[in-house]
Write a protein that binds this ligand. Structure first.
Ligand code: NAD
Length: 512
């Protein structure tokens, strides 16, 4: 059934109040969206890159002017505290525009590369050609940044974009639409499809030229299956179960403060949050006590001075609850927080630290995406690495130690898209670094040079002056085989025989 009159209710999670309604995009319009996107692509992709970047700069100026309004919309729609809306959603988006405006020209420029001597007389180049209409599907936890950064990257490279923002945070989706509208992008270059998973599925089936998806592993697999049928290229940015490893020689107070932040920022609803903590045995009791103190000092709320906001998505609470119940039933001990049966019926979950957990528990193996941090002691470096690598995920990780060699050694051994030493999460904040996951945390990378190149066909071009009558590798082959043997043996030998190479080359040329 067409959803033409369907409305998405906007509920402020922290208060439970309905604060608006947003019209869903009717599924019958999918074809029209792609038609508009493809038409706009013809002119947008042909604009000089500097022209396209001018639109992005205008977008940035508007975002800077409206920074407080946008932060307030994000905070209301997600329940996160306004400081986090600013530092973790708005700032990275602005920084990505800056980075792209500064580097895109160079990254996307036609590049000359060396040509091997066997192809003598030719020149080789790489060109970057936009793909067409890019479908971006985004989640609710950082609803601005995770929608806008891929959009901006795709637009800078000359693609047109359809965004399907999360239905859980529709107000932010609408806010992004307003920002782009104010920036005055030409008709059809950026379009917005509001709605839930049915709308997402309809647009995925609409044959985009590229899909950039950020969300759960479950949805990522569904999208990849549909994309495979049409051989549509994708980037999948999926879930995580990120380990934090604390060695006894770390600055323990800093590490405890860092752990509290990395585990509970955005109420733990972060794909890169510290979801498992491994602490070296000798300092384990001391570290737990420092961390407890830190956690107990945090204040949950909605005002500007609060540290931790509410959960965003009600269904996530059940997942966290079940994991904790499972852990407690199997002997886990609550160091902070209260048993799940005593939880209040609201969106603020207790900040929970659990010990006495084992590696088979759900709380260790499955993504929690909530304010729940299990801790496990370890004895050796090797054990820490093995434990950290022992889940299906590999998005991010952190290693805490004052021994730089050891920290780097461990970082290199972790199967992870990113690792931070003596801090956490922040690889995502340097737009010059590639971002993405290993194992089930995703396929592909964005940010940095890669983040622009993925939205392009990387085209190889070889150029010949066209003045010679023939080429050595063309017909006729008559009497060429032994000469080619001599040519390649003289060329690929450890010690190149240039004289023999030149002789056989000229002989083949004569026969061509
Ligand atoms: P989700 O997979 O439920 O939804 C993400 C988006 O996909 C939403 O817009 C949703 O409407 C859409 N969608 C759902 N089903 C669909 C379908 N069948 N076809 C097309 N679209 C569909 O994820 P979520 O709950 O919004 O986000 C939380 C998850 O995202 C967590 O697992 C988290 O780890 C992950 N995440 C990953 C990153 C990353 O960069 N790797 C960043 C943030 C969040």
């Amino acid at each position: 059934m067409d959803a033409i009159h369907e409305k998405l209710k906007v509920i402020a999670p922290a208060t439970g109040e309905q604060i608006g309604e947003i019209e869903e995009t009717p599924i019958s319009k999918v074809g029209l969206f792609y038609h508009k996107g493809r038409t706009a692509f013809l002119s947008w992709s042909n604009l000089p890159i500097e022209e396209r970047l001018r639109y992005l700069r205008r977008l940035k100026d508007i975002m800077v002017t409206q920074m407080e309004d946008t932060a307030s919309i994000i905070a209301t729609d997600t329940g996160k505290v306004v400081t986090e809306a600013l530092i973790a959603d708005i700032m990275p988006t602005l920084d990505s525009i800056d980075h792209i405006c500064k580097h895109a020209n160079k990254i996307l420029k036609r590049k000359k590369v060396t040509t091997p001597i066997l192809l003598v007389g030719k020149k080789s180049f790489i060109e970057y050609m936009p793909r067409g209409v890019v479908l971006v599907i985004s989640p609710w936890n950082y609803p601005l940044q995770l929608a806008m950064v891929p959009m901006i990257s795709a637009l800078a490279t000359g693609n047109t974009v359809i965004l399907k923002p999360s239905e859980v945070t529709p107000l932010v989706g609408k806010c992004i639409e307003d920002l782009f509208q104010k920036a005055g992008f030409p008709e059809g270059v950026v379009q917005f499809a509001h709605g839930g998973k049915e709308v997402g599925a309809a647009f995925t089936n609409g044959k985009p030229d590229y899909i950039f998806f950020t969300g759960s592993v479950r949805t990522g697999k569904i999208i990849q299956e549909i994309a495979a049928k049409e051989l549509i290229p994708t980037t999948l940015e999926l879930g995580g179960k990120d380990p934090m490893i604390v060695f006894k020689d770390a600055h323990l107070e800093r590490a405890a403060k860092g752990a509290a932040w990395a585990a509970f920022t955005n109420s733990g609803q972060v794909c890169m949050s510290a979801e498992r903590l491994y602490v070296e045995k000798n300092v384990y009791p001391q570290f737990i006590s420092l961390l407890k103190k830190e956690i107990l000092s945090l204040r949950q709320g909605t005002d500007a001075n609060a540290d931790v906001g509410s959960m965003t998505f009600p269904a996530q609470i059940q997942i966290v609850k079940e994991q904790l119940e499972d852990a407690i039933q199997n002997g886990a001990v609550l160091e902070t927080g209260i048993p799940p049966e005593e939880w209040k019926n609201d969106m603020f979950l207790p900040l929970t630290l659990v010990t006495n957990v084992n590696h088979q528990m759900k709380v260790i193996q499955e993504e929690s995406f909530g304010p729940l941090l299990p801790v496990i002691p370890f004895e050796t470096e090797e054990e820490a690495v093995n434990l950290a690598n022992d889940t299906v995920y590999g998005l991010n990780a952190s290693v805490w130690s004052s021994d730089r060699q050891k920290a780097r050694r461990v970082a290199s051994k972790l199967i992870s898209g990113g690792v931070v030493i003596n801090d956490a999460i922040i690889t995502v904040a340097n737009h010059g670094l590639p971002f993405g996951g290993a194992k089930q945390s995703g396929i592909g990378r964005y940010h940095g040079d890669t983040g622009l190149k993925i939205f392009c066909h990387e085209k190889s071009i070889i150029e010949d002056t066209g003045r010679k009558k023939s080429e050595i590798h063309w017909y006729p082959y008559k009497e060429k085989y032994p000469l080619f043997l001599t040519l390649f043996k003289s060329y690929f030998n450890e010690r190149r025989n240039w004289l023999q190479f030149a002789k056989s080359y000229l002989s083949i040329l004569k026969k061509s």
